[in-house]
Design a protein around this ligand. Structure first.
Ligand SMILES: [Zn+2]
Ligand SMILES: [Zn+2]
Length: 248
């Protein structure tokens, strides 16, 4: 897909997995070991701090995503949030009102339980800079854009494999590539049946409700919905969890 990209110079977005990005963030925060820990076990403290930061970033981003539908709005707010986390953890909440959707410092029952040992984080300028650098690397503008849908691995890989099988490299013709990608992505986001109808409409084909094609499309859509609903059910998740547990 990349080779094609270079030739046609069209922007194809490659989604990255949000979970993995957060995991990498955590790993690097942990190893960006800070110096000032005042008599506490340094490694343990760094680990706790990394976990606290990762949790906060994840919660902020997922909630922001729910609040803001538009990608650009979300991206702007997400960047602000990421630059504010360390200040908030150090106890200066001046900008939290605008930059955080999770800080509870303004509430009466505010507790610092989420911080390592429940204590406000004291960082030297150098330590803070080091941590912020890691945050910027994994939650910079480009990284946030790559994970803008906050997809987990399954959905990411699903989307990629879908794209590759619909528009595989060997059979791609320049002219149809965009259409194939479009159709595949649309199919993944609104469902196969509906995407077929929308796609037909875009192409100027008029499908009436009595057409067999319309009926077929709605049938596919309903079947797909049944399966995806089933996957959301608790029993299904539990049984999958149990059958997958040993392998991990
Ligand atoms: Zn991943
Ligand atoms: Zn705050």
């Amino acid at each position: 897909m990349r080779e094609h990209n270079a030739k046609v110079q069209e922007k194809v977005q490659h989604f990255k997995c949000f979970i993995h990005n957060m995991r990498n963030l955590h790993k690097h925060l942990r190893s960006a070991c800070i110096k000032q820990t005042k008599g506490m076990d340094r490694l343990l403290y760094c680990k706790k701090l990394a976990t606290a930061i990762r949790t906060r970033v994840r919660l902020e981003l997922t909630r922001l995503r729910k609040l803001l539908r538009g990608d650009e709005l979300y991206l702007a707010r997400a960047r602000e949030t990421v630059t504010n986390v360390l200040d908030c953890f150090s106890g200066s909440h001046d900008r939290c009102k605008h930059k955080s959707v999770f800080c509870t410092a303004h509430l009466k029952g505010h507790s610092t339980r989420y911080l390592p040992y429940g204590k406000i984080v004291v960082l030297s300028a150098a330590d803070k800079q080091q941590l912020q650098k890691v945050l910027d690397k994994y939650c910079g503008v480009q990284q946030l854009r790559d994970t803008v849908q906050l997809h987990n691995t399954n959905r990411c890989e699903n989307m990629h494999s879908r794209l590759f099988s619909y528009a595989s490299k060997s059979m791609v013709w320049k002219r149809s590539f965009t259409a194939l990608c479009y159709s595949a992505t649309l199919g993944a986001s609104v469902g196969r049946g509906l995407s077929l109808l929308q796609f037909a409409e875009r192409c100027g084909i008029n499908i009436e409700a009595s057409d067999p094609m319309y009926r077929y499309a709605m049938f596919t859509q309903n079947i797909a919905r049944y399966h995806s609903d089933r996957k959301q059910k608790h029993e299904y998740k539990t049984s999958r969890y149990l059958s997958h547990r040993k392998r991990e």
